[in-house]
Design a protein around this ligand. Structure first.
Ligand SMILES: [Zn+2]
Length: 65
């Protein structure tokens, strides 16, 4: 068993949500993002401005070249 920590990197994701219909989408975290911030993006269903609903970090394994 080998734990190769160096081959892993973290990726931060931001969850956007429409408070009107519950539509959610995910995008890459951008500097300045914080929960409940209204982003410059609207719901594709009803045009309501999306808010940042959550921010989370995932560990991703990167394949060495
Ligand atoms: Zn909506």
């Amino acid at each position: 068993m080998s734990l190769n920590v160096q081959s892993q990197s973290q990726e931060t994701k931001t969850i956007l949500k429409c408070t009107k219909c519950g539509y959610t989408e995910e995008r890459q975290f951008q500097p300045g993002d914080f929960v409940m911030k209204i982003v410059d993006k609207t719901c594709p269903k009803d045009g309501t401005p999306l808010i940042i609903w959550g921010i989370y970090t995932v560990k991703q394994e990167q394949k060495a070249k």
